[in-house]
Design a protein around this ligand. Structure first.
Ligand code: PLP
Length: 418
């Protein structure tokens, strides 16, 4: 994006800061500088209001009721499904299953599709960038069925080694799991290319989109993946709700993994028959208010514009990268040219947890630790990093506050002299 366009985009996005009431609250007497968006994003008024309105005006259980409120509530819930479809550009709403979040979506695939399709000797290929939630469910499954996990290694700048990835794929590969954007380093994986290679080997592909959907336009048809998972709370929506996209022809042949109400067609003590997709995968009363909040959150980012958000966050990322790299004693972990707004770093002589605590006294909220990516930390030979992760409301001034707080921490520890 050229500078004049960015100059138009930045105020457009920054005008939105006032939409997030929590950003106005002081923390420990300081103005809050919230840089922990990779863990969860803050919620705009429209999302908070949508949930409040739902409970005040529309609350009823869905799908089973004949009364007006139940039908109204059902309409709102299904409108949320259509909204997720539009966010991901899925071909049809039936391809969207509501889950508690990314973790549950991946567990659904492992337990339903995985159990039916993986056998002893088969292989699951993952990348060294994966979050624990795209590792552990596959480990549990592989242990049960006798399959194996292969891992595509990560280069020094934090990218997947594509030659090594290609070499891992073969006739035994049944599933490839790829994080779209690394939560620990910010690397954006070339998911369309990686999916194409996996398909050539005859494997299905699951993309973990937890850190992607809020920061750039996602198109599951263009990626070509078979499954795509994300969490509502990382896209300005509520916690406890998320979604799985699964290609219709695959989903309709998958068996349910949880049984109960709402997922059946008929039940007798001899046998039950199951509802069509996606209801087959939504046993029990779902998080209706969560879906309503998620609907409002997606409508919000669509209104701001995902291209504008991506351009703005990229500008703050580039600025933050320059600032951190100019600070003596600070080393960025993850320096790919293809990055989303995540700045992971280590500071010489200061443990990431100590750093996080000191920054907190300055009102600067970051995350410190292994970021649920322990194998990746091992790859870089570090226990963890400090991580500043961006959202649409973050500014260059937030980066300045981060740098000022880092200087204070270095002074306190007597480190950081050039
Ligand atoms: N995958 C990635 C890349 C993540 O960053 C996260 C959360 O941080 C998850 C999966 C798990 O998301 P959730 O805890 O919302 O299920």
């Amino acid at each position: 994006m050229n500078v004049s366009t960015l100059a138009e985009v930045t105020p457009l996005v920054l005008d939105r800061r006032a939409d997030f009431p929590i950003l106005a609250r002081p923390i420990k007497g300081k103005q809050l500088v919230y840089l922990d968006n990779g863990a969860t994003t803050q919620k705009p008024n429209v999302v908070i209001r949508a949930i409040l309105d739902y409970y005040e005006q529309s609350n009823a259980n869905i799908h089973r009721g004949v009364h007006w409120l139940s039908q109204h509530s059902t309409d709102l819930y299904e409108q949320g499904r259509e909204r997720v479809r539009s966010l991901l550009n899925a071909a049809r709403p039936e391809e969207i299953v509501f889950t508690r979040g990314t973790t549950e979506a991946i567990n659904l695939v492992a337990n339903s599709w995985g159990r039916a399709n993986l056998k002893a000797g088969d292989e699951v290929v993952l990348t060294g960038l994966e979050h624990h939630s795209n590792i552990v469910p596959w480990q549990m499954l592989c242990e049960q069925v006798g399959a194996h996990i292969k891992v595509a290694p990560v280069t020094d700048c934090g990218e997947v080694d594509l030659d090594a990835y290609r070499a891992l794929l073969g006739p035994r590969t049944k599933l490839v799991g790829i994080v779209h954007v690394s939560n620990a380093l910010g690397t954006i994986n070339p998911v369309a290319e990686m999916t194409r290679l996996a398909h050539e080997a005859g494997a299905l592909v699951l993309v973990d989109g937890a850190q992607a959907v809020a920061h750039a336009r996602v198109d599951v048809q263009a990626i070509g993946c078979d499954f795509y998972a994300f969490s509502g709370h990382k896209i300005y929506g509520p916690t406890g709700i998320g979604a799985l996209y699964a290609r219709y022809d695959i989903l309709k042949n998958m068996s349910p993994w949880q049984g109960g109400g709402d997922m059946i067609y008929t039940v007798s003590f001899e046998r039950s028959t199951y509802a069509d997709v996606p209801q087959r995968f939504e046993a029990g009363t779902p998080d209706i208010a969560g879906v309503i909040g998620l609907d409002a959150a997606i409508a919000y980012v669509q209104e701001v514009g995902l291209d504008a958000i991506a351009a703005h966050e990229h500008d703050v990322l580039v600025y933050g990268t320059e600032q951190l790299q100019s600070l003596p004693g600070v080393r960025l972990i993850g320096t790919s040219d293809h990055k989303a707004g995540i700045l992971s770093f280590v500071v010489e002589g200061i443990h990431p947890h100590d750093l996080g605590t000191i920054l907190d006294t300055e009102g600067v909220a970051i995350r410190a630790g292994h970021h649920c990516a322990m194998p990746l930390m091992t790859r870089f030979g570090i226990p963890g990093t400090a991580r500043a992760s961006l959202a649409l409301y973050n500014t260059r001034q937030d980066i300045d506050a981060l740098i000022a707080a880092l200087r204070k921490a270095q002074k306190l520890f007597g480190t950081g002299q050039a």
